[in-house]
Write a protein that binds this ligand. Sequence first.
Ligand code: ZN
Length: 343
Amino acid sequence: MAKGATTATSEPLFSFGVIADIQYADLEDGYDFQKIRRRYYKHSLCHLQNAVEDWNGTQVQFVLQLGDIIDGFNAQHKMSESALERVMEEFKKLRVPVHHIWGNHEFYNFNRDYLAQSVLNTKNLQDHTLLSNSNRDQSSIGDTPAENYYAYQFCPMSKFRFILLDAYDLSILGRDTSTKKYQDSLHLLQEKNKNENLNSPIDLVERQFVQFNGGFSQDQLDWLDEVLTYADSNQERVVIVGHLPIHPNSSNDICLAWNYKDALTVIHSHKSVVCFLAGHLHRGGYCLDSHGVHHLTLEGIIETPPESQAFGSIYVYNDRMVLKGRGRVPDREMYYRDNCTLF
Ligand code: ZN
């Protein structure tokens, strides 16, 4: 039996690690914006070290880092690059590849051009060959233009596909103010949020329209739709990964992606999606939606006390995924919607 697969009746097909909101900074502890939840900026590095050690002792095939790898405070102290180097030193000790997602804190520290040239751009791990059986032009489906948004896909094994989405494709963070996307995003945000401080959700009808969130462009949603159409026809299981949660029951009403409903509409029009993984909401969340898609929002490292932990390994079977969580991350069994086996 696989380590951690509590009710497994067979060996997992493969497994992978998950970790969210490390938000490392070489600073004393602080608190969240409501001054309630303690943030352990320095200790987050120890949590990462423990996670890497744990994964190196297992068979995980890869790790998903769900965004906010270093804290925005680094920018104010001109420590962005040194903080990033420090966390990457730990990730380098991993014996398997890491896929990095970009969250709001990436953009507090760096702009998109910088990130695209940095170690946090892991698009080189994308799968170029996976659509070779398609009669469509594979480059138009599988690849996304680097200058447009940061999203890609890969297949750890036949019939299982992972899609990384860019939840800050529409955002005023990280984009040059002269770009059309910045201007369009600013107009959208100001239309929905009349507060002087655009990070404030006070009096908003749609409370997710704050500056520290973002959304998906129509281009990206069309690309997602195309990939999922292929996945459906190929009878695949798909896991989608993004920094921001997209289901209200796996989040509070503030931390959602701006146009989460558009993303849900695309996902629900396909049968292949089994799970959506997110970070951003440090207390974590989970729901099984009305279409049988599991929405798992991982507990954040940054608000995890030194005596606890917050990461997990997910063991993939042909009828379910089993999350073996550590510390604040609870164990969970996530069965696929039709509960039938593929093989
Ligand atoms: Zn975040």
